[in-house]
Design a protein. Structure first.
Length: 438
């Protein structure tokens, strides 16, 4: 059903990176052969969020026959690596014994922090890394959106409206199966560029049946093919934005240069066209009599999460927004926190005489996810990994706190640039409730 559709879609978007809190070391050679030291770090919060004092239990199991002596220490830093707190304790664990050590970290300001726990004992040393948040509902950006932000995007939509879509829909019998028909969709978008997507519809004997629509948006340089699913009430339209997947006829650049294409001019920047491609996809959906124009969900992960937020902000025909690990939020505050996209941006600036980082930031303000978030009017689901180094939690929370529509956030304490399977299940239930699909 819906869960299987979304599970398949969301695995496309991210980098599957996870961080574990369980570590084991085998015995070194010598009198203590035949044992191990195992550590488990247990946050006293299911999602890593604390109201004031962060607290952890560091469990150490010694299966050696002899005692282990040494030190446990921790280091807390900001997301940019600035040291905030540090402490250490001396420990002695008897042979064949288990010990728990409790740590409390008070006095921190609202925000997100990285924490490293280090253990160094006779036969073992290791580091466990986590992240946590303190009162994240208080997080906000110190940078406002441009005064002409809404008019910029209104004008972009007017430009798009002047381009005839020239929809071409071709059935793909070889791809149709399991009671679903698949169609290749070709259409013209901003600057008259040809873009493509795939529409999958359930076969239904009721000629008057209208389907709710899942608009699947791609991750960074991800190719989206047809997606079938098994829900009889849902049609799926997967879009390949300009310069990605099956929409590379004119724009076909390397992965590391896509994000910087025409960055010096906000009116020609690649993401302006990509967002308008998503709006054109909504135009297509609304041109189809068999699709419900009042039941459209925009969903994606990573860049797809960004596109879902941006499309929902500029196009009120989106009725439900789902963004997993959305990138490019609070962009000015990303500097110093993440490597990407700033390494690629730095290279681009070096090839453009007269272009500066200040000018780049002025242009990127028009493509900041948090600036679109304030204009969203539909229910919105956001998912994030607490140790994400591409869409850091502080920046995602800035976006989330900017949304004024009904919203829900799912935090995955031990995940990086990905979300857990329960996100898809929650998304499916909320979407069906929102669309009245019972």
């Amino acid at each position: 059903m819906m869960k299987s559709i979304l599970n398949k879609f969301l695995t496309i978007a991210g980098l599957l990176i996870s961080v574990t809190g369980v570590h084991t070391a085998s015995a070194q050679s010598g009198e203590n052969d035949g044992g191990t030291v195992t550590t488990v770090l247990k946050p006293h919060s299911s999602n890593g969020i604390f109201s004031s004092t962060a607290s952890y239990t560091f469990q150490v199991m010694n299966s050696y026959k002899n005692a282990e002596s040494g030190e446990i220490s921790y280091l807390v830093t900001t997301e940019t690596g600035k040291e905030v707190k540090a402490d250490s304790i001396h420990i002695r664990i008897g042979g064949k014994a288990l010990s728990n050590y409790d740590f409390e970290i008070p006095g921190l300001k609202a925000g997100f922090y990285k924490i490293s726990f280090m253990i160094n004992v006779s036969d073992y040393d290791d580091t466990t890394r986590k992240a946590f948040g303190i009162r994240p509902a208080e997080i906000s950006s110190s940078y406002s959106k441009p005064a002409d932000f809404e008019s910029f995007w209104h004008n972009a939509r007017q430009e798009l409206a002047n381009v005839k879509p020239q929809y071409k829909v071709t059935e793909m019998p070889d791809s149709s199966k399991d009671g679903r028909k698949v169609f290749l969709v070709e259409m013209r978008s901003l600057d008259n560029l040809l873009i493509r997507g795939f529409l999958t519809e359930p076969v239904n004997k009721n000629k008057n049946k209208k389907f709710a629509v899942l608009l699947g948006l791609p991750g960074y340089q991800v190719t989206l093919g047809p997606m079938s699913g098994s829900d009889p009430d849902i049609a799926i339209f997967t879009l390949n934005i300009r310069g990605s997947g099956y929409s590379r006829d004119v724009i076909d650049v390397r992965r590391d240069t896509y994000i910087t294409l025409n960055l010096e001019d906000k009116n020609k920047y690649i993401l302006k066209g990509a967002i308008m491609d998503c709006v054109r996809a909504v135009d297509f959906i609304c041109s189809r009599p068999e699709l419900r124009h009042d039941n459209i969900i925009a969903t994606g992960g990573s860049l797809g999460g960004f596109l879902a937020i941006a499309t929902s902000g500029v196009d009120k025909r989106i009725n439900f927004c789902s963004a997993a690990n959305p990138i490019l939020s609070d962009i000015r505050n990303l500097v110093g926190e993440v490597d990407w996209p700033f390494i690629d941006i730095g290279r681009y600036i070096n090839t453009r005489p007269g272009l500066t980082m200040d000018k780049v930031m002025e242009n990127m303000d028009y493509f900041d996810a948090k600036n679109f978030a304030t204009d969203i009017e539909c229910p919105t689901l956001v998912g994030m990994g607490l140790v994400d180094n591409i869409a850091p939690p502080n920046n995602v929370y800035t976006l989330y706190n900017s949304i004024r529509a009904p919203k829900h956030l799912m935090i995955f304490r031990d995940l990086a640039h990905e979300i857990g399977l329960e996100y898809s299940a929650y998304e499916g239930r909320w979407m069906r409730d929102q669309f009245g699909l019972f």
